[in-house]
Design a protein. Structure first.
Length: 680
């Protein structure tokens, strides 16, 4: 690896890992150096810069765009002017060295046209606070003297790069600039100097705000914050409704936070005025939309009143957003992408943020926390004055942003779906959780054995930056109404609601009728018949509140329809589950909730039930060795194939993956063909 690249990555990780310096996937860094051109065998000056969409904190060499500096700077000779500056992005491809690495970002010109060998462009809260202050230019002079220059707001692009390069050339003593309404850019002769200059600007701005800012820039407290337990309970009651509203145009996953900065902001008198002004940094409002939806009721308002008001405000928000689009759209603007809010603020409770996946939803919330910090800083020393609405529109509906959206991979079949799998710590449940997560779902792994659930959830997290963006584990005994309620509250607070339930928790007691005790009977029915009923009831209430439909799948059994020996309690409980499928399908269809079942048989490998003694007893009934029970079951089927947990998981996906949209009340046999269990 080129030494300058190694230093660039080290600097990027240092700067990008601290949220005080820049937001996730925000900002960029670059380094200039030489390599040998394999065509001419002569040294050539190159620039390495973070590519479009990358994240500084986790940047790798593959995430860098690599350009010939001579060709990049030669673009100034063919630059057609600010009205056509977007054309320059395509021209960057003609400056690539070799394969060019990652796609160059819109900020590439900023890095290449500045003469300094190392450049950092960042979005620190303290820097944006100065950049969005009404008298930001004067504040910049007061705080930094001539060491940092002011650049008036300009949309990111080639012209902004020319502006910064000119200011850097005219002010050789400067270590960087404050970009009006946007962020900061710093430079240096070495990677170490560049990093030190960037941190100097950020730290100096932080100290000035702390030493000169008013103590209560958001005004007096006017809304009390609910205690934590009440706050989370209220959030869990409101979240499914809010998620349903935010999913009117496109399905969304949710994220909830009651971070201290959020709760303090929402408790203060000025929060409605400031929230209405919207965010300013392009990275912020591209994630948070032009403005949030703010509930204008105190936290202790009756729940029904809050629900009704949120519904009214959502309708108003959609009207206002469409009007915003119509005010600024031109004939060649991309079509309106959706009029629902990405951020919903509820005083005394917290913030609900939304996105096409959990990470996007979480990051949107983090960006709004950044925006709150920016507002606080700007209001503390001046007044908050974000960029004009028309400029926000020019970026939000920028053709370059539209092209970036078109490059995103096609969503997986279960993207935006939130699934809860009972008995998810082993066997069929674990296999189902894996399949649903692989198909794009967020998964709540529910199991009485919390350690087993945690292990599966960690596995589902895979390479995600945060496991909880993909899966969370909850401990739940499905015979307990209280534990089920707690589990669903955790699911709602994690992802905003639930869309897909898999009733899989189970156990089996194999005894002849005469040996089956009332306790055996009750235990079988408590776990499977009663447990499935309780889980489905809790799930259905949330799904109805969301108003976006859902799926409930019962893992029943071949034994629900097949009469085998020494199996009365288990078979009867499974028959109960099978009929619940039909009953609930008939009842919940009007809400778009589909209820279906899967009837497996002989799933021995990885099964918690079989490992817990059921396998030994069934082997004894059939007169085979326990380790050969799976083979025995396979040989009695029509297909002579052993049924594995993954085969049952595949049936669950088939029912919920989007192709069987008009199917409900169905049971799918996954038994390799047992004629006696054919459905009639």
């Amino acid at each position: 690896m080129n030494v300058e690249v190694a230093k660039l990555l080290e600097r990027s990780h240092t700067l990008g890992s601290d949220p005080r310096n820049t937001n996730y996937a925000g900002g960029n860094a670059s380094a200039k150096g030489t390599e040998i051109d394999p065509v001419t065998a002569e040294p050539v000056e190159l620039m390495w810069v973070k590519g479009s969409g990358g994240d500084l904190g986790t940047l790798t060499e593959a995430g860098l765009a690599v350009l010939r500096l001579d060709r990049l700077r030669a673009l100034t000779g063919v630059y057609p002017g600010v009205e056509r500056e977007d054309e320059m992005v395509a021209a960057f491809d003609h400056c690539a060295f070799g394969k060019g690495g990652a796609a160059p970002s819109i900020d590439t010109a900023m890095h290449g046209l500045v003469e300094a060998p190392h450049v950092d462009h960042l979005h620190p809260d303290s820097g944006i606070a100065i950049a969005t202050a009404a008298d930001g230019e004067e504040l910049t002079r007061t705080i930094f003297g001539d060491r940092v220059a002011w650049v008036p707001w300009r949309r990111p692009g080639f012209q902004l790069g020319l502006d910064i390069a000119a200011i850097a050339s005219q002010n050789p003593q400067a270590i960087g600039v404050i970009l009006g309404g946007h962020g900061i850019t710093a430079w240096g002769e070495t990677s170490e100097e560049c990093q030190a200059n960037a941190l100097d600007i950020i730290g100096t701005a932080e100290r000035y705000l702390a030493e000169h800012g008013r103590p209560d820039p958001f005004g007096p407290v006017v809304h009390e914050t609910l205690p934590e337990t009440e706050r989370h309970a209220r959030a869990a009651r409101l979240f499914p409704l809010i998620r349903g509203l935010a999913s009117t145009d496109h399905p969304q996953v949710g994220h909830y936070t009651d971070a201290p900065e959020v709760l303090d902001f929402l408790s203060r008198a000025e929060h409605p005025r400031l929230a209405a002004l919207g965010t300013s940094c392009p990275d912020h409002f591209l994630r948070t939309k032009v403005a949030p939806l703010v509930l204008d009721l105190p936290a202790d308002a009756p729940l029904d009143e809050a629900i009704a008001r949120l519904t009214e405000l959502h309708a108003d928000y959609r009207d206002a957003y469409r009007a915003y689009y119509e005010r600024h759209a031109t004939p060649d603007s991309p079509p309106l992408r959706g009029a629902d809010p990405a951020i919903v603020l509820v005083p005394g409770v917290g913030m609900f943020s939304f996105g096409a996946n959990k990470q996007t939803a979480r990051v949107a919330g983090e960006f709004y926390v950044n925006a709150i910090n920016v507002m606080r800083g700007a209001e503390a020393v001046s007044s908050y004055a974000p960029i004009a609405e028309s400029e926000k529109f020019r970026i939000e509906y920028w053709e370059l942003e539209e092209a970036k959206l078109r490059r995103l991979p096609k969503p997986k079949p279960l993207a935006t779906r939130v699934a809860l799998v009972t008995g998810g710590g082993s066997g069929i449940g674990a296999a189902t959780a894996r399949r649903l997560a692989a198909e794009g779902a967020c998964v709540i792994v529910a199991d009485r054995d919390f350690a087993a659930a945690e292990k599966v959830a960690a596995e589902l997290g895979g390479t995600a930056l945060r496991t909880e963006d993909v899966a969370v584990a909850v401990a739940v005994d499905v015979t307990s109404e209280e534990q089920i309620a707690v589990a669903f509250q955790a699911a709602v607070l994690a992802f905003g609601g639930v869309d897909l339930i898999v009733n899989n928790a189970g156990l089996s007691i194999s005894k002849p009728l005469a040996d089956t005790t009332a306790a055996d009977w009750d235990l079988q029915h408590d776990v499977m018949a009663r447990g499935s009923f309780l889980v489905s009831r809790e799930a259905a209430q949330i799904m109805v509140e969301q108003g976006i439909g859902g799926d409930i799948v019962y893992i029943s059994s071949k034994n629900a329809v097949f009469a085998g020996p020494n199996n009365v309690a288990y078979g009867a409980a499974k028959a109960d589950q099978a009929h619940q499928v039909r009953l609930l399908a008939a009842e919940l269809g009007e809400h778009g909730i589909r209820v279906n079942g899967v009837n497996p048989d002989g799933v021995v490998r990885g099964s918690g039930i079989f490992a817990g003694g059921w396998g030994a007893k069934r082997a004894a009934v059939y007169g085979v060795e326990e380790e050969k029970l799976g083979e025995f079951y396979a040989q009695r089927t029509l297909l002579k194939r052993e049924v594995l947990p993954e085969h049952v998981a595949a049936a669950v996906f088939a029912l919920t993956g989007g192709d069987l949209t008009h199917t409900t009340g169905l049971h799918i046999p996954v038994d390799a063909g047992v004629a006696a269990a054919f459905l009639r």
